[in-house]
Design a protein around this ligand. Structure first.
Ligand code: SF4
Length: 434
């Protein structure tokens, strides 16, 4: 029997792809192992959103080769594989296979060729990986199921590598999405799904829109929570917000990446909205759903970002008072249009801006978390806490992570419980079972 181990970096989409590869291999008699010494095949499912992704891979392959010699098969899949295949084969001697994000359904063929001593490479834009049957996805007893509804992106924001690694937008038929969700409910007892796409708002299959997907998914019996990721502000409209507002299942948690508060920088980023339009969308969202939990992404020190542009970003953050922000320094990515931009920001200024933004957000989050103390929330229990084995961890509808005492030793994982928040920091919430 051939043993394999998958190491996953990056986002939910990559995690979902790893579940697909594991499922395909297991259904063909391969065996998944935890310990690296037991693995015959290493699959490194990579992410290239941040800089130095390829570097990280070279280091990891080096460690595996040093420990186990040439005996192990090593394959690279995912975003880095999609756009750096030649480079990977050139720089990693004895690399066995490379599969792009839209070729992962070929994982069995890749390993079979490697077992015969041949190399295998496929980075083409197949659509089969979107049509992998629900029973072939190994969901690893997860409480929440990731369900891809579309893949790729046509937006070409000037800093982003996704259109090059995941290709152009392709949407799945609604029937396939529904079938997969029903399967996860029946076979895994799933109560929460997260609908995934690089830009879910531009879902389009035979004239059906993302709103139609939400309406159909909302009707599925046995499902309690629906989340989705990621929305593009330019496509986030009132009709969609009305659907979210009137559903009992769709979480009132919206991730709406603003990226910059300066119109000059938004234009350079190719984001296709202005700060004023973004504020209007947030006002519209809050007018329908006042309790909406809102998070965002920001990139600081984009080429050409002057102090006044950064201050406009801080002004936007101050106005909106986000519940959570994912913030990064700009990092140049291969093939992207932003590589041609001049006026790079010196690293010390970039560091300072990121620090200022994050410190401000810490204060906002600490206040918001404090306001949650003493209140009771419904929490879907996800796992035993990594830091303290006597505690469980779960999420509120607003995507807040809550840690709480495990209680009477019942197996609560996968169940909804009521938790009263008793203390908090800017990063975490602690509670007790009610
Ligand atoms: S919309 Fe998102 S995924 Fe698409 S190019 Fe822009 S940042 Fe990348």
């Amino acid at each position: 029997m051939v043993n394999f181990k998958i190491e996953t970096w990056g986002c939910q989409m990559n995690e979902y792809d790893s579940q697909k590869m594991a499922g395909i291999l297991k259904s063909r008699g391969y065996n998944e192992v935890e310990k690296e010494e037991d693995a015959d095949v290493f699959i490194l499912n990579t992410c290239s959103v941040r800089e130095k992704a390829a570097h990280k891979i070279f280091t990891r392959v080096g460690v595996i080769r040093k420990k186990f010699g040439k005996g192990k098969i090593i394959g690279i899949t995912g975003c880095v594989a999609s756009h750096e295949a030649d480079n990977l084969f050139k720089k990693i001697p004895n690399l066995n296979f490379v599969l792009g994000t839209r070729s992962i359904h070929l994982i069995k063929d890749a390993i079979e060729e490697a077992l015969k001593g041949k190399t295998f490479c496929d980075t083409s834009d197949h659509e089969e990986n979107l049509n992998i049957k629900p029973e072939q996805i190994d969901r690893k007893k997860m409480v929440k199921a990731y369900i891809s509804i579309m893949e790729g992106c046509n937006n070409f924001c000037t800093y982003c590598v996704v259109p090059y690694t995941r290709g152009r937008e392709v949407s799945r038929p609604i029937e396939d999405i529904i079938e997969e969700i029903k399967y996860t409910i029946e076979h895994y007892g799933i109560k929460e799904v997260e609908l995934l796409g690089q830009n879910v708002n531009s879902y389009n299959y035979n004239g059906k829109t993302f709103k139609d997907v939400l309406i159909e998914v909302d009707r599925i019996k046995g499902l309690k929570r629906i989340r989705f990721l990621t929305s593009h502000p330019k496509d986030f409209d009132e009709e969609l917000v009305k659907v979210i507002a009137t559903s009992e299942k769709i979480c009132k948690y919206i991730h709406l990446p603003m990226q910059s508060g300066s119109n000059k920088i938004l234009k350079l980023m190719g984001r296709k909205y202005t700060r004023e339009e973004y504020f209007e969308k947030i006002d519209m969202l809050r007018s329908y759903i006042p309790e909406a939990v809102i998070s965002s992404d920001f990139i600081v020190a984009f080429p050409g970002e002057e102090e006044e542009d950064f201050l406009l970003t801080m002004d936007a953050i101050h106005r909106i008072q986000y519940d959570n922000i994912f913030s990064f320094k700009y990092s140049p990515r291969p093939k992207t249009a932003a590589l041609r931009l001049k006026n790079e920001i010196p690293p010390e200024i970039a560091d300072k801006r990121l620090f200022v933004l994050q410190k401000y957000q810490e204060k906002v989050q600490a206040i918001k978390h404090k306001e949650m103390e003493g209140k009771i929330y419904e929490v879907l229990v996800e796992s035993v806490s990594k830091r303290d084995k006597t505690r469980l961890t779960g999420r509120t509808e607003g995507n807040h992570v809550v840690n709480f005492e495990a209680g009477r030793g019942e197996n609560l994982i996968g169940r909804f419980v009521k938790v009263k928040i008793i203390s908090s920091t800017f990063t975490s919430l602690k509670g007790i079972l009610v």
